[in-house]
Design a protein around this ligand. Structure first.
Ligand code: ZN
Length: 298
């Protein structure tokens, strides 16, 4: 980036050294905009089958951030080349640690004045629930900020025939899970919009005992009755709100679904974000780069 004519790159920031802030400025700007993309991948093995799959074992760009980077880099090169037609100052922000690593918040800690002279912020995210050529915008918040927490419960072991002398961490854990789910609605007003998902519970297995075979069978049937398959839907997590809370901002979702990959009956993608099978339709770049160019050269 440093070698591109007309582009100034900020020195690396402390504590978030992989962040890149590049600037293209003009002598008499109408205003200043910041365009942000994410840099990080996810920690699981890529199974997309693409010839250019990740060569880093156990690391997959399953949220399309490699595509976001490519789009923004193309926009940067194009802007540098045509900067004689540019009327605004443009800051290109390549942000690491978006996937639950609080990258945006670290960025503002390292550079609190990042948006001091910025009028508007923009970000693009690809979505595989729509085909290329589709753009989605919303008024107000369109994605959620994600928080993760781990809870450990310490019990006291006892023989399963004498549960009364132990402290059953599994029982406490399960009770806690139902209480956690009740927080949405009970503590957060429905119109504020929030979800909470317990993603993993680990314990020591389940033992069901009964005094007679018929009671044991009844117990087994009741347990099976509790287990229901559900298709999980989720709020997309995003820390772009660190920008949008500070300045007027726009977050643009751009259709990137490979051909024939959306089930018409339920509109679900065969290659969704955050899946080992995730892949993009490269046609998306035609739309994403046009959007960047339209914003930059307005
Ligand atoms: Zn993402």
């Amino acid at each position: 980036m440093k070698g591109i004519d007309g582009v100034e790159v900020d020195p690396p920031l402390p504590d978030i050294r992989t962040a890149i802030i590049a600037r293209i400025t003009v002598p008499h700007p109408t205003n200043t905009i910041l365009l942000r993309c994410e840099l990080d991948a996810l920690k699981f093995k890529e199974k997309s089958g693409l010839p250019f799959s990740s060569t880093n074992e156990g690391i997959h760009h399953a949220c399309g951030h490699d595509g976001h980077m490519a789009s923004l880099l193309v926009a940067l090169r194009y802007t540098a080349k045509h900067r004689d037609q540019l009327r605004r100052n443009v800051i290109f922000c390549f942000q690491p640690g978006e996937e639950g690593k609080a990258g945006a918040s670290k960025l503002f800690k390292a550079k609190p004045d990042l948006l001091d002279h910025v009028d508007e912020c923009y970000a693009i995210h690809f979505m595989n629930a729509a085909y290329p050529g589709t753009i989605a915008l919303g008024k107000g918040a369109v994605t959620a900020l994600t928080s993760s927490l781990a809870i450990s419960i310490e019990g006291k072991s006892a023989h399963c025939m004498m549960p009364n002398v132990g402290v059953d961490a599994n029982f406490i854990g399960c009770t806690l899970v139902t209480q956690l789910y009740s927080l949405i609605g009970m503590k957060v007003p429905p119109l504020e919009g929030a979800t909470l998902v317990v993603k993993q519970v680990a314990g020591g297995g389940t033992v069901a005992k009964a005094l007679t075979a018929s009671t044991r069978k009844k117990l087994e049937a009741s347990i099976k009755g509790l287990i229901v398959d559900e298709n999980e839907k989720s709020f997309a997590g995003e820390d772009f709100c660190e920008f949008s809370e500070r300045k007027p901002s726009c977050y643009i979702a751009v259709g990137s679904a490979p051909a024939d990959s959306i089930d018409p009956s339920n509109k679900e993608s065969k290659f969704p974000l955050h899946s080992p099978f995730h892949k993009l339709n490269e046609e998306v770049f035609k739309t994403s780069t046009k959007i960047w160019a339209a914003i930059i050269f307005t």
